[in-house]
Design a protein around this ligand. Structure first.
Ligand SMILES: Cc1cc2nc3c(=O)[nH]c(=O)nc-3n(C[C@H](O)[C@H](O)[C@H](O)COP(=O)(O)OP(=O)(O)OC[C@H]3O[C@@H](n4cnc5c(N)ncnc54)[C@H](O)[C@@H]3O)c2cc1C
Length: 371
């Protein structure tokens, strides 16, 4: 999932990617390293502090404070940093303090976290607070599927036409069971439930076949062309540099803090990067175990994910779940309770309605999330 291979394959084959504006940020990654500090730390009594030593979550979520949901805590941290109350010489992180819960409890309940802090931040949390910053954690969007794990695309008047024989499950898929914001632990549940559903669907599909359609004559042509282009490219772009540019741009423009201006700058920049990705060059042309070639091909996938994210996010003029826009702070169900579909080949968006009729339980009206 790290390089979005499944999404890239589908996007290039003309399958739109769904709800890619919704990315979950985990509030507490070790600053500079991104390694995760579990929510359990705050569950055990850890608190977040800004540069003034203030427990700022009291202002953003007066009741649950540091235990508010991931997006709320991440946004609060981003606001503190944005408004100049970040810690360290670059004022680019906040602090997670746990020394007050005592060395004994830390050693008993959070030994792994202590180890991570020492290794990645050079900090022993028994004595000092851990520098933390929100880090990307989960993609709510992905390859559109129904609850059988079958990939679905809009076709004519139909929003959910099944692509026969193509399945997706797990984080790369969007069965949309998490809506715009996944709650903790539900990803693993999603993998098991929809992984099994996809497996069952595959068995049914195979059993129902009476014969197999022949592959079109040019079935491998696109793939061969991509490899040829890479092997013959001269005077091209360096893969590492381009990946760093892509990372920096997405981090800057599609992070926790979003405005119309930031997002439209991001769309422009990512489209420029996408043009450069078409001209990557590798010096090592060997055919066996060539990691340079793999990295170049992975970059083709990463750029699909980045384009889908930025174009979808820039268009959504509201705040919903993990997509929070400072210019449009309210959720707007009237205009925006709909799924985004990003079509990479035409660089366009379309939308489809949200299912509001559960199969076996009563419908629950969406309500405002308050703390
Ligand atoms: C730090 C962290 C903590 C988390 N904690 C939790 C938690 O507590 N509870 C929870 O529910 N969720 C958690 N999540 C989310 C959850 O772990 C992931 O959503 C889940 O593991 C994704 O599983 P997956 O099988 O869909 O994808 P992956 O685990 O990414 O598996 C994809 C597999 O496909 C393989 N692959 C990729 N490309 C190719 C290719 N081109 N060809 C062949 N194979 C390929 C990869 O090698 C990999 O084995 C956490 C995520 C992170 C990052």
């Amino acid at each position: 999932m790290n390089t979005g291979d499944g999404l890239g394959i589908c996007a290039r084959a003309g399958i739109p990617l769904e709800d890619m504006e919704f990315w979950q940020f985990h509030p507490t990654g070790v600053a500079g390293a991104g390694v995760l500090i579990t929510e359990g730390v705050r569950g055990e009594g850890g608190i977040l502090l800004n540069a003034n030593g203030e427990r700022f979550m009291e202002r953003y979520a007066p009741t649950v404070k540091d235990l508010a949901s991931r997006d709320v805590v991440s946004r609060a941290m981003a606001m503190e940093i944005y408004e100049g109350r970040g810690c360290g010489k670059n004022k680019d992180h906040v602090l997670l303090k746990i020394d007050h819960i005592g060395a004994e409890k830390i050693m008993e309940k959070l030994p792994g976290i202590r180890e991570i802090s020492i290794q990645f931040a050079g900090i022993d949390p028994i004595k000092d607070p851990i520098p933390v910053v929100p880090t990307t954690h989960y993609m709510m969007g992905g390859i559109p599927t129904n609850y059988h794990g079958e990939v679905i695309v809009p076709k004519g008047d139909e929003y959910e036409s099944v692509v026969k024989g193509l399945y997706a499950a797990g984080e790369c898929a969007c069965a949309s069971v998490h809506g715009a914001n996944r709650l903790g632990t539900n990803s693993l549940l999603d993998l098991v439930v929809f992984g099994k559903a996809a497996g069952d669907s595959m068995i049914d599909f195979i059993r129902a076949q009476e014969g197999w359609k022949a592959l079109p004559e040019n079935a491998g042509q696109l793939t061969a062309q991509r490899l040829d282009r890479l092997d013959n490219q001269t005077d091209g772009e360096n893969v590492d540099e381009l990946r760093r540019d892509l990372q920096r741009s997405v981090q800057l423009h599609a992070g926790v803090f979003r405005t119309d201006e930031i997002l439209s700058k991001g769309v422009k920049e990512i489209m420029e990067i996408a043009e450069r990705v078409k001209r990557t060059e590798i010096k090592d042309k060997s055919k066996v175990w060539n990691t340079a070639r793999i990295e170049a091909l992975e970059l083709d996938n990463l750029i699909e994910v980045a384009k889908a994210t930025l174009v979808s996010a820039e268009a959504r003029k509201e705040s919903r779940g993990a997509h929070a826009s400072d210019d449009h702070p309210e959720r707007d169900d009237e205009n925006w309770m709909k799924h985004t579909l990003y079509h990479s080949l035409s660089n366009t968006l379309s939308y489809k309605p949200v299912h509001t009729k559960p199969l076996t339980v009563d419908y629950i009206e969406p309500a405002k999330r308050v703390y």
